[in-house]
Design a protein around this ligand. Sequence first.
Ligand code: GDP
Length: 296
Amino acid sequence: MVLADLGNQLSSALRSLNETTIVNEDTINQLLKEVGNALSKSDVSMSLIIQMRKNIKEKVKLDQMAAGLNKRKIIKQVVFDELIRLLDPGVPLWKPTKGKSNVVMFVGLQGAGKTTSVTKLAYFYKKKGFSTAIVCADTFRAGAFDQVRHNAAKAKIHYYGSETEKDPVVVARTGVDIFKKDGTEIIIVDTSGRHKQDSELFEEMKQIETAVKPDNCIFVMDSSIGQAAYEQATAFRSSVKVGSIIITKMDGNSMGGGAISAVAATNTPIIFIGTGEHLTDLELFDPSTFVSKLLG
Ligand code: GDP
């Protein structure tokens, strides 16, 4: 089910509250069933749905509500808040500091949209007045450095990479050192995603993390991976200190549930969403705006 369908189903579940003559436990159970079904069809994991239902039940105590209270309004607000909570781990967002070098490391599987997002983020900070550079530490994928070179040149952003050095740790360290020396404020390190999660990939990420000591590590995830999101996000989170998430391809037929699962698996905030292939297709993520839009 695509994100728009999830929004429609959730809205319709909430609307049906208005159509009942009395609001009782049965009404709430029916609503929770419909909300749960909608989330489940969008690949939100069952355990999250069960927890959400429990939270709502605990917050909506019909027998303790004074007569005259607008029960429907209260119930809707509780559901709205719980949907936001699924996407908001309550952790402050990482922000770079002006006037010092901030190292940002990108991790994620090949094809997730890492390299595209690296340039988008560099461009975002450049527009905000930060001096910015990209280091291509993906020595695994043929053409990775060319892609960075091409994207960075188009966005007029400094970059570093090597055509001869095959050790990604050496490339990452060298690039970061060069840009630190000249006082670059945002240094973004793109890493290899290989083809799949494997121990070599995670070992390489750990070594790069140790070498460049990132101020923030961003996990990039394709929004359309559905049920695999929870497990994938957990695997990356347990290898490196993931501090933020970027969910890509939100312009496509994404289920949305993957995003929710990634937040839950890592207790890490989504900072941006990718909404296309172009340089400016990157939007700041705000859970409350996202849920409001979802519900129309
Ligand atoms: P990497 O292997 O993780 O570095 O992935 P890439 O950055 O090379 O992206 C893989 C493909 O996804 C490319 O064709 C990108 O143009 C595309 N892509 C990345 N982000 C987005 C996005 O937000 N929306 C869409 N529609 N495509 C994207």
